[in-house]
Ligand binder design. Structure first.
Ligand SMILES: *Cc1c(COP(=O)(O)O)cnc(C)c1O
Length: 389
């Protein structure tokens, strides 16, 4: 990484070598396999004695460009791309853990990550304990003899609660735990967990990295020795990212800084307008004064991100009415799109949890999540205001 430049430059100028065509923009390599010049070259490639593509389940030029770029942006030694964010979560855990190991995880995780911990890894005797976000003092007592890994998501989805990454880095180090951070909400433009001691950082590239609601993908970056174990697992178990999606995602990263700044501008304006609206009970945005962890957010994030949570006066019924009255914004469950999306977690993404479970992860029945997009801010605000009126 000796040739590291500034974030915006690396996001654009990290590119694989041009072909004999002298193309300016990286072409798409739709090929499943690659030619060998001789039996000796084939032998050396298979023996990993030389670098080079063999088969696109292992590596592909488009995937390599996407991964190299993500490594630079996160400040990581190595990386591997996966077919989805969940493939990134599952591959990391399955590769790094053994039967009988234990995971300590922050409560309030992405829904499918919860299913992997509770329904899938348990098949192989891998257990987990949830730790409370606002009570890090209790985490010490939750570490067991077989605890190997600390899994965190900050800011959390959809509660927008934070974990102090500097503290978490020290905690993981003191207990010899592999620290894995799902950095999907912030992206490396706003938060770089490796600088705070994370060993592995993973993403659903489907969200802000694509940023335009088009492709499913994932990526894992981190310490070389750990990534080696993970890429052995993905090579042979098969959750490869398609070359087309890798090409798309690498292109998308070129505009990540510009898009994230606009997501943040618009989200700040939405948080301010909601806080001033008499029909709103509570607003939650990491860089807003009403967020109980605002100072922590300002310490470890560059800006507050693109997601705003709020609760209208009147709870569950008022939230449903708000969502049904929305005219332009999208009623959907995704986030990190150009289009602003409104979601009611209690009746959609988190409807399978009990009231108590929802409370524990910061989801009240009236909570609405707005994944603020890139439309003109006045049009976004107008739709929100009319739906609240
Ligand atoms: C969406 C999401 C995932 C899963 O990613 P997919 O690309 O949908 O598989 C994981 N973690 C977080 C925080 C997410 O928002």
């Amino acid at each position: 990484m000796a040739d590291q430049k500034r974030f915006e430059t690396d996001a654009i100028r990290t590119q694989i070598p041009t072909t004999a065509e002298r193309e300016h923009s990286t072409p798409l390599y739709m090929t499943s396999s690659y030619l060998f010049e001789s039996t000796e070259q084939a032998r050396a490639l298979f023996a990993s004695e030389m670098d080079g593509n063999v088969y696109s389940r292992y590596t592909n030029p488009n995937t390599s460009e996407f991964v190299d770029k993500m490594c630079k942006l996160e400040g990581a030694e190595a990386g591997v791309a996966t077919s989805s964010g969940m493939a990134a979560v599952f591959s990391s855990l399955a590769a790094l853990l053994n039967q009988g190991d234990h995971i300590l995880a922050s409560r309030s995780l992405f829904g499918s990550t919860h299913q992997v911990l509770s329904q899938i890894l348990s098949k192989w005797g891998i257990t987990f304990t949830y730790a409370d976000l606002d009570d890090t003092g209790s985490w010490e007592s939750l570490v067991q003899k077989n605890t190997r890994l600390l899994f965190l998501e900050t800011p959390s989805n959809p509660g927008l609660d934070l974990i102090d990454l500097e503290w978490a880095g020290r905690f993981a180090n003191a207990h010899d735990l592999i620290l894995v951070v799902d950095n999907c909400f912030a992206t490396p433009y706003l938060q770089r967990p490796i600088e705070f001691g994370a060993d592995v950082v993973l993403h659903s590239a489907t969200k802000f990295i694509d940023g335009q609601g088009r492709a499913i993908g994932g990526v894992i970056v981190g310490q070389e020795s750990l990534i080696k174990q993970i890429s052995f697992f993905t090579r042979h178990s098969g959750p490869a990212l398609s070359p087309f999606n890798a090409w798309l995602l690498s292109k998308s990263l070129e505009t990540l800084p510009v898009r994230m700044d606009r997501h943040c501008d618009n989200a700040e304006a939405v948080a301010r307008a909601l806080a001033e609206n008499g029909r709103v009970r509570r607003v939650k945005y990491p860089f807003h004064e009403d967020h109980p962890q605002e100072s922590l957010a300002r310490k470890q994030m560059v800006r507050g991100g693109g997601i705003v949570g709020f609760e209208p006066e009147g709870g569950f019924e008022a939230a449903r009415t708000f969502i049904d009255r929305i005219q332009m914004l999208s009623r959907s469950a995704n986030l990190g799109d150009t289009r602003t999306i409104v979601t009611h977690p209690a009746s959609t993404t988190h409807s399978k949890l009990s009231d108590e479970e929802r409370q524990a992860v910061g989801i009240t029945s009236g909570l609405i999540r707005i994944a603020v997009g890139l439309e003109h801010v006045e049009d976004i605000l107008a739709d929100i205001e009319q739906a609240l009126a």
